[in-house]
Design a binder for this molecule. Structure first.
Ligand code: AMP
Length: 451
């Protein structure tokens, strides 16, 4: 199948051609025809499958097909927001925004991205100039709606991207509010890395008889990602990581830690060894995160150390190495993390440094992906069998105090409040993870009692 046979118009095809894509990815081949037909779509696609183009290309096509000439205002066509794409994180919003701009290059549509942590006034000015496509995180969007800067009454297409993550991050109430504001007569596209009961419930309440699309079995990690576990003592992980980076001459590696503090400490250690590194997490300002990401993409730094929430949405062409310096305590996060490598058909390697404390997490992950991950012992880093497993410190972070969403009057306040929002998100995730673990343990105890 080619993009031409999908029925996209010439300006879109021209933009696709410039990206160098030769044929649609499986999610694109499946989702695009349904979306063009006008169906609501509920799609489960792993990260890195090309899902962004999977909804953006037909979204643009629909805007072209349903285009009604509006009267001009001072020589410019009067615009209103016709498509809204919601994302859970700022990084993902930025990523999707770049994609929309790229694919809409030869169309007369304007798009913009809005999210917290940056100057709201600049966003207001851009919105006032007229926008056709809006990419937003829920919090800042509702702020601007309440300030009457945004009118969502003309939305034709609503996209919820990485909807599972939005639910995990506690955005359900914000999403419900937004859905109440947008017109009932709209097309709703819901994309999620995993299909959970909660996602299906969301689809039932927001969508009209959605077409169900799944490209690979649920929670299955991409086959092209080589996964390996290096068992190692906790205290020796950082030395092993340095050895891997140094001897492997890795130039671009994304490393995951469980806590913000852990990310900072690891970053400091690597810098001391002469490996240029940056950390991204909830205690970093939006500016610092954007800069770190840009430096990483441009290969000005070799290592980006990230917590789960900050890493969501990172898309780097051909990212060759992802390292789980610490395993995530929620197995699904493993799938998200390693989805950062091996994107869109490229090869990738996902390495997990696993100490004795994390064996339960590893078992949970292997159960989820229905696969045993190969274990390799690195010479000189053999596990000390006398070390016993200890409970894992989940961090949790100390949220900064700094005004609620509605006190964002100036830049400083905006930054503080959004950082504390981000901290809240991380805290929420950590507490959700702890309660999931408690309930898993309870279930385990119950089932062993029963058997
Ligand atoms: P996504 O899953 O949307 O984050 O996309 C992952 C990567 O796949 C991005 O780097 C896209 O630029 C790339 N991509 C999207 N569609 C295609 C395609 N049809 N062929 C090759 N690469 C693609």
């Amino acid at each position: 199948m080619s993009f031409t046979t999908l029925g996209l118009c010439d300006p879109i095809l021209k933009a696709i051609k410039e990206t160098g894509y030769t044929k649609p990815t499986p999610i694109q081949a499946k989702a695009i025809p349904f979306i063009l037909k006008g169906d609501d779509v509920l799609a489960a696609a792993q990260t890195g499958t090309g899902k962004t183009a999977g909804f953006t290309l037909p979204l643009l096509e629909k805007l072209v097909e349903n285009h009604v000439k509006t009267p001009s205002h001072r020589g410019q066509p009067k615009r209103h927001i016709r498509a809204l794409i919601l994302t859970p994180t700022r990084e993902l919003a930025a990523q999707v925004g770049e994609n929309v701009e790229m694919y809409a290059k030869y169309l007369p549509y304007k798009s913009t991205i809005i999210f917290g942590g940056v100057n709201i006034n600049r966003q207001i000015n851009t919105l006032k100039q007229g926008i056709d496509i809006l990419i937003a995180t829920p919090g800042r969007l509702l702020d601007l709606v309440s300030q009457r800067v945004i009118d969502l009454s003309k939305i034709e297409i609503l996209v919820l991207d990485e909807a599972d993550r939005m639910l995990d991050m506690g955005f359900i109430h914000d999403i419900k509010k937004i859905v109440r504001i947008v017109p009932k007569d709209r097309q709703t596209l819901l994309f999620s890395a995993t299909f959970s009961k909660e996602i299906k419930a969301l689809a039932t309440s927001f969508q009209k008889n959605p077409s169900l699309i799944e490209v690979s079995s649920q929670n299955k990690t991409a086959d092209r990602i080589a996964q390996v576990v290096y068992p190692v003592d906790k205290a020796r992980k950082r030395d092993l990581l340095y050895k891997l980076i140094d001897e492997g001459r890795w130039q671009q590696v994304l490393v995951f830690t469980r806590t913000k503090h852990g990310a900072n400490k690891l970053c400091e250690f690597l810098e001391q060894q002469g490996v240029r590194s940056s950390a991204i997490h909830g205690n970093k300002s939006q500016g610092a995160r954007t800069k770190a990401l840009a430096n990483f993409k441009e290969k000005k730094i070799r290592v980006l150390v990230a917590t789960d929430i900050a890493a969501r949405g990172i898309d780097i062409e051909m990212l060759p190495h992802v390292v789980n310096f610490e395993l995530p305590n929620v197995s699904e996060d493993y799938v998200h993390r390693i989805g950062r490598t091996g994107r869109a058909g490229k090869e990738g390697e996902a390495i997990s440094l696993v100490c004795v404390d994390e064996n339960d997490f590893l078992r949970g992950i292997e159960r989820l992906i229905s696969q045993k991950i190969k274990k390799v012992i690195i010479k000189g880093f053999e596990v000390d069998k006398s070390i016993e497993a200890e409970p894992i410190n989940m961090g949790g972070g100390r949220g900064r105090r700094g005004g609620g969403r509605h006190s964002q009057q100036n830049n400083t306040q905006t930054k503080k409040s959004s950082d504390s929002e981000w901290n809240k998100e991380e805290k929420k995730l950590n507490s959700r993870n702890r309660s999931r673990k408690r309930s898993r343990n309870r279930n385990k105890q119950n089932s062993s009692k029963e058997s």
